[in-house]
Ligand binder design. Structure first.
Ligand SMILES: [Zn+2]
Length: 311
């Protein structure tokens, strides 16, 4: 099956032509200057026309268009229900109408964590697994769950997506969701700079000299022996391990996949989380396996074929 695929984030998007397990052609769009999502649709149209011309394909060659996007998605109607502040107009955008008008193709949409899960199950580290959870570590912590081969959606399309807002410290840091001590507030990219600044002896750390603090800098300074960076890194990995334990007890997966750029340090993260899960989950059948995502940024695009194949 050939499909058009879009992976939409807050600052950029990838448009691609995929065929089964492969991305044949792709184009990255920088959306830093775009203010509303409505203004981005013509960019998608022209990108796909370019890609199809380059590939010598016509719209009739494709089964449909699949879109992965951050935020809360009504996958039954292919509508964004709520998205990061930047795309305020997203809930009013008629993607299905746009796709029919421009390409005469059906379209489906899914939340990015669910698309990453489907991509990893179809072409990555969890091929053939019917019961799995995905945890994506980035600016936020995105999660998704599949049970018995079916993605979990729930009445309001939130089921399985809110793992980043599990409380891991009942009297912890305030979260953007209104919660307290959520996994995101304790160890997501957006919270990291403040977590670092509040850490005892922060001023003595090389972190204090960094203009912006992110996972990459944290892990690098920890590897170079900075004691504060090492302590914060350890705490983040503990929080992610607690998040996995919560997902396992809530949803009974066989595999929990961790994705996101910080998994470049998978050698540090995965063995720790697996040991923590082995020690702290109650599962008489055995232990859920913790795995690193294999597909990186391609997972959302490679979720296109399985999404379009789902009734
Ligand atoms: Zn929260």
């Amino acid at each position: 099956m050939k499909a058009l695929a879009i992976d939409l984030g807050g600052t950029h998007a990838n448009c691609a032509i995929v065929e089964d397990h492969k991305i044949l052609f792709s184009k990255r769009l920088d959306l830093d200057s775009a203010q509303v999502l409505g203004s981005v649709l013509p960019l998608f149209t022209s990108s796909f026309r370019e890609l199809m011309s380059e590939a010598r394909f016509a719209t009739k060659d494709f089964a449909g268009l699949a879109m992965s996007t951050c935020g809360l998605v009504d996958s039954a109607r292919a509508r964004i229900l709520s998205s990061p502040k930047k795309w305020d107009d997203a809930p009013g955008v008629d993607f299905v109408g746009w796709c029919r008008r421009e390409f005469s193709l059906p379209m489906k949409m899914e939340n990015d964590a669910r698309m990453a899960l489907m991509g990893e199950r179809y072409a990555g580290t969890a091929r053939g697994c019917n019961d799995l959870a995905m945890i994506t570590l980035g600016t936020g912590i995105g999660t998704a769950v599949m049970i018995g081969g079916k993605l979990l959606h729930g009445k309001h399309f939130q089921a399985g997506n809110q793992g980043g807002h599990q409380p891991v410290v009942f009297n912890g840091r305030d979260c953007t969701c209104g919660g307290v001590g959520c996994a995101e507030a304790e160890a997501a990219g957006w919270a990291l700079p403040q977590i670092a600044r509040d850490w005892p002896r922060f001023r003595e750390s090389l972190l204090a000299k960094e203009p912006a603090i992110n996972y990459e800098i944290l892990f690098r300074l920890a590897a170079e022996g900075d004691a504060v960076a090492r302590a914060i890194q350890d705490r983040c990995i503990h929080v992610w391990a607690a998040t996995a334990v919560g997902m396992i007890h809530a949803f009974d997966p066989e595999i929990v996949i961790f994705g996101g750029g910080v998994l470049e340090s998978a050698d540090l993260i995965i063995p720790f989380v697996q040991a923590h899960v082995n020690a702290h989950t109650w599962s008489p059948w055995g232990k859920a396996q913790i795995r690193a995502a294999e597909l990186g940024n391609d997972a959302g695009l490679l979720g296109a074929v399985p999404l379009l194949s789902t009734n």
